[in-house]
Design a protein around this ligand. Structure first.
Ligand code: ATP
Length: 268
């Protein structure tokens, strides 16, 4: 039962180069996590240059927190366990405490490893008297397992949490996450960079105006931009299908663009 929740992907597909507009965060993570983990033999006697045991990524949904976590693991040569909080918080699930122990011991075995906890606030929020007893016990146990990492200087296991609501987190949790990064909605310049990355592998017309698109998409997250480009490609595909229906012969030499060829029109 437990093992079925702990599938660790053999390889992580996300790299730094798959992320646009977050160079400053990437640079910090490179210095604070990737280098110390990749070169831990070199730094094993240093008390100053050790990767943190906890990293917090916070900010609005769809802005690249999960991407950053996966790419950090990839670039540091770490394994990646994506811990499903819903299983830990389900008080009827009975096995959740065993699962938490299993996660930490698996991480120690396959280290270097990142244990990624998306929506970490949903089970490690500030404790209060309304907490169900099982939830309170779960939190305490999780923190004990986490503290256990610090007793082993050779251990290269990092808990990386992501949240939209850092203010809801227990202070004890925030103390365990000395490295904290805010990943905000992208600025106009960042939106332009994200759009260029999303469309880099697509066939697009020369007239696609990235500056204009970036200006028009104020308030869009990276995930929204991706969805917009996908919709534009569907719009283009529909046009193509209509033309095909109208003229079968013309369709024998199709030029279907999967990317935002008509992205400017789709936006209007
Ligand atoms: P949530 O809080 O909802 O879990 P998140 O911040 O973890 O969201 P991701 O899952 O990392 O967001 O991003 C969703 C998708 O949006 C990515 O798979 C990617 O396609 C796109 N995306 C978001 N930000 C970026 C970015 N900076 N560069 C490139 N693609 C991005």
């Amino acid at each position: 039962m437990i093992a079925s929740h702990l599938v660790v992907p053999a390889d992580i597909a996300v790299k730094w180069s798959d992320i646009a507009g977050l160079d400053a965060v990437i640079q910090d993570l490179r210095e604070s996590v990737v280098l110390p983990v990749r070169h831990r033999d070199m730094f094993k006697n240093s008390k100053l240059w050790q990767a943190p045991r906890g990293v917090l990524l916070h900010g609005p949904p769809g802005c690249g927190k999960t991407l950053i976590a996966k790419a950090t693991a990839k670039e540091a040569g770490m394994r990646f366990i994506n811990l499903d909080v819903a299983i830990l918080t389900d008080k009827w699930y009975g096995e959740s405490q065993k699962l938490a122990s299993a996660v930490f011991s698996l991480a120690a075995k396959i280290q270097p490893c990142i244990i990624f906890v998306d929506e970490i606030d949903s089970f490690l929020r500030a404790r209060n008297s309304n907490d169900h007893e099982a939830t309170a016990m779960m939190k305490t146990q999780f923190m004990m397992l986490w503290d256990g990492l610090s007793t082993d200087p050779e251990s290269a296991v990092i808990v990386m949490g992501a949240t939209n609501r850092p203010q809801d987190l227990d202070k004890a949790i925030l103390r365990r996450m000395p490295a904290q990064f805010h990943i905000s909605l992208p600025s106009e310049v960042q939106r332009g960079q994200i759009l260029k990355l999303i469309l880099a592998t697509e066939e697009i017309d020369n007239n696609v105006d990235f500056n204009r698109l970036a200006k028009l998409t104020n308030g869009f997250s990276g995930s929204d931009l991706r969805e917009m480009c996908r919709n534009a490609s569907v719009y283009r595909m529909r046009q193509f299908m209509t033309a095909t229906d109208r003229n079968q012969q013309q369709a024998s030499k199709p030029q279907p663009s999967t990317g935002g060829a008509d992205i400017n029109k789709a936006m209007i």
